[in-house]
Design a protein around this ligand. Structure first.
Ligand SMILES: CC(=O)N[C@H]1[C@@H](OP(=O)(O)OP(=O)(O)OC[C@H]2O[C@@H](n3ccc(=O)[nH]c3=O)[C@H](O)[C@@H]2O)O[C@H](CO)[C@@H](O)[C@@H]1O
Ligand SMILES: C=C(OP(=O)(O)O)C(=O)O
Length: 459
């Protein structure tokens, strides 16, 4: 089985560069379907499994895509299908974000219920409520959704019952080409929403108020491809901040934007970690005994749920007891059982976890139950006595670019071991004729497999 092996006890130091944000690039790639003419050129596109999945979805709908050097070029003058491929939509949550663009572009879509991290029930009722308000007729059955907007989408006033990130994005994209003005009330305010709005506006759209609770979208007749840089990944940056703090390290996180990380920075400072930002990134220094703090996840600008498990790893190393309350997803404590295998003292009581700090962590064989849980287990392994083996890496590969290489460059004793079977499968992919040769419109995976195969020299 492919695994990451971490031997704890090394203090991290040096500089690590943050990649483009997974949760920004995925909706932005979906939004590229809105442009009827001109190519979109998106830079700082991280090489993640989720990015590969969404580009396959776009290619299956008729988009032409090339990817080189973290830059993706997309053109979608003609949409050739309204049927999003089941096996790709089930793989991840964000692939559902093609629903809004397809409805707006061709007035028709068939799509399965989305997959994604198993952290709760994750309904899509708010997305559908928005599309219905804009005139789409929706039918649900056998795990699929069929929607038709025979006369095109019309602007509407939509109040979201929960400030859903995905629903805000999906509705924003659909509204960009609808007739009239759409208002989203109780909209999500995450930085990724602002990045998407900036991209739509660069394509010729008229989105105002992104980053606040009320977003107004004046529909336009057509959008054209545009150039756009993806914002740095605040969750990846936050993960390296935790990795630095948990090892008592001294790390500069290059590219991280402090304004996107205010709740994480403020909790770390409350615990006694030195965090200083400048125009180029965030410097994290830790060394003294850290204090226990309580953490409650909330929609932005509250403490991000995607940083909850990594923060829990750090709280295990403080003096005292902390309470971590998860309010965004109802089942996001699956990492607790894995931490317990590492000698962690945590009890879960409903939506709260009571974390007893200061009990030494010991290495163990653990499994990532979701993307961020995987990163949190690696952080805990950096501090634990002995060897920690983390499996379930398909979760981690969805959202972290070369986490082993980046941590190793900071001095961590960490290695990724590919199973013989995984290596064999990878070689088979390399040996196949290029997908681009067979389907000129498709993603050039050949080039990227070469990148994927790069193993750190210390391995
Ligand atoms: C690809 C992506 O960007 N993923 C992020 C996005 O997920 P995602 O967009 O799926 O998360 P949402 O903001 O939609 O979910 C927040 C809450 O709203 C609920 N809900 C959501 C939609 C809906 O129609 N009805 C409903 O009840 C969910 O069950 C959850 O309890 O935001 C989450 C919350 O910050 C992050 O953890 C994910 O990393
Ligand atoms: C929950 C996450 O991702 P997704 O919404 O893609 O499952 C995440 O990025 O932590």
């Amino acid at each position: 089985m492919t695994k990451i092996i971490v031997r704890g006890g090394r203090r991290l130091s040096g500089t690590v560069r943050v990649s483009g944000a997974k949760n920004a690039v995925l909706p932005i790639l979906a939004a590229s379907l809105l442009a009827t003419e001109g190519d979109s050129v998106i830079s700082d596109v991280p090489l993640l499994d989720d990015v590969m999945t969404i580009q396959q979805v776009l290619a299956s709908l008729g988009a032409g895509i090339t990817y080189n050097n973290e830059t993706m070029r997309i053109s979608a003058p003609i949409i050739t299908s309204h049927d999003a491929p089941y096996e790709l939509i089930r793989k991840m949550r964000a692939s559902f974000l093609v629903m809004g663009p397809l409805l707006a572009r061709i007035g028709k879509v068939r799509i399965s219920l989305p997959g994604g991290c198993a952290i709760g029930t994750r309904p899509i009722d708010q997305h559908l409520k928005g599309f219905e308000a804009m005139g789409a007729q929706i039918q649900l059955g056998h795990g699929f959704i069929e929607a038709i907007a025979a006369e095109g989408l019309k602007g509407a006033k939509i109040y979201l019952d929960v400030a859903s990130v995905g629903a805000t994005e999906n509705i924003m994209m659909a509204a960009a080409l609808a007739s009239g003005t759409t208002t989203i009330e109780n909209a999500a305010k995450e930085p990724e929403i602002v990045d998407l709005a900036n991209y739509i506006n660069a394509m010729g759209g008229k989105v105002r108020g992104a980053g606040t609770g009320i977003i107004r979208i004046e529909g336009v007749e057509r959008l054209t491809g545009a150039r756009h840089n993806i914002i740095p990944d605040r969750v990846e940056a936050g993960t390296y901040m935790i990795a630095a703090a948990i090892t008592g390290g001294d790390v500069f996180i290059e590219g991280a934007i402090a304004d996107h990380l205010t709740p994480v920075i403020s909790k770390l400072q409350e615990m006694g970690v030195d965090v200083v930002d400048n125009d180029n990134g965030i410097h994290v220094r830790a060394g003294k005994q850290l204090k226990a703090v309580d953490v409650k996840t909330l929609p932005h600008p509250g403490f991000p749920t995607d940083m909850q498990s990594q923060m829990m790893a750090l709280l295990l190393t403080t003096e005292g007891t902390s309470v971590v309350t998860e309010t965004v997803f109802e089942n996001r404590f699956m990492h607790v059982e894995e931490f317990q295998k590492m000698n962690a003292h945590i009890t879960v009581d409903g939506r709260s976890a009571i974390v007893t700090g200061g009990v030494p962590l010991t290495g163990a064989k653990v499994c990532a139950s979701d993307l961020r849980a995987g990163a949190a287990l690696i952080c805990a392994g950096l501090r634990a006595d002995g060897e920690t083996e983390v499996t379930g890496l398909h979760h981690i590969d969805r959202g972290y670019v070369d986490i082993t290489g980046k941590l190793a460059s900071l001095g961590a004793d960490i290695v990724r071991v590919e199973s013989a079977q995984a290596k064999h499968a990878e070689e088979a992919v390399v040996a196949k004729p290029s997908k681009a040769e067979k389907e000129p419109a498709a993603y050039d995976r050949e080039k990227d497999v070469a990148v994927l195969k790069v193993q750190p020299t210390w391995a």
